[in-house]
Design a protein around this ligand. Structure first.
Ligand SMILES: Cc1cc2nc3c(=O)[nH]c(=O)nc-3n(C[C@H](O)[C@H](O)[C@H](O)COP(=O)(O)O)c2cc1C
Length: 213
């Protein structure tokens, strides 16, 4: 598949009842990984889940070459796995992004993926073309940080809203766990974790729900 045809080969319709978990968990049993497992433990029976861990990919950085103003896609698409992941993100009805907060924002692998979505901003704003997925979809954010500083969470939510906008999605809910440097996901907080996971699934599936705790 050439870079030029990559985007135009995307389906204009997603697979119903599918969720892509786009993970930036650096380790399986860290806080992010455990939040993911709790979230997935509540997956409704009719939903199929796909997972991608961006720490296992080597996504090349957008250098603002501006080629996406002239071609349909990105010139880097044939050099790494980004186009395949994007195809899965466009093909899923729901998206969950999970990530710790690094220096108030995304870890490098997730930031690299996010920057590669610039092609959709160009497509819509500069070229005036419709998004390849016509129907607006919904996604959620699972995130954690060591401190109690709320600023990192604000940055994560804002950045995720921008990223989702490029995927023609709305951020339907966030589960944020702060203070991981000093307090863990203890037994005492298990019940709250399950409540958060259920809330995210409800927000994903019910367009009228957008509850935050
Ligand atoms: C490179 C790096 C940068 C970090 N930056 C922040 C930060 O800006 N704010 C914060 O509260 N915690 C920060 N942390 C702490 C992590 O967000 C925290 O340890 C989180 O629980 C890590 O997730 P994990 O357990 O899934 O690895 C940072 C950790 C690392 C390794």
């Amino acid at each position: 598949m050439s870079a030029i045809t990559a985007t135009s080969e995307f389906s204009s319709e997603f697979q119903p009842q599918t969720l892509l978990l786009l993970s930036a968990a650096p380790k399986p049993h860290g806080f992010t990984g455990r939040m993911e497992e709790t979230f997935l433990a509540h997956t409704p029976h009719n939903i199929t889940v796909e997972r991608v861990n961006l720490f296992e990919e080597a996504i090349l950085s957008c250098r603002d070459c501006k080629a996406c103003r002239h071609i349909d896609g990105c010139v880097l698409d044939h050099q790494d796995s980004c186009a395949g992941i994007l195809s899965r993100a466009l093909g899923a009805q729901y998206l969950a992004v999970s990530s710790p907060i690094y220096f108030l924002s995304y870890p490098a692998p997730l930031k690299a993926f996010c920057d590669r979505l610039q092609q959709y901003f160009t497509r819509k704003v500069l070229l005036g073309k419709p998004h390849p997925v016509l129907k607006r979809r919904r996604g959620v954010l699972l995130t954690c940080c060591g401190s109690q500083d709320p600023f990192g969470l604000q940055v994560m939510e804002k950045t995720t809203q921008m990223m989702f906008s490029c995927l023609n999605m709305d951020l339907a809910g966030t589960w944020a766990l702060s203070g991981t440097d000093t307090a863990g996901l203890s037994q005492a907080s298990d019940a709250q974790a399950h409540r958060q996971a259920l809330r995210l699934w409800k927000n994903l599936q019910d367009p009228l729900a957008n509850t935050q705790i």
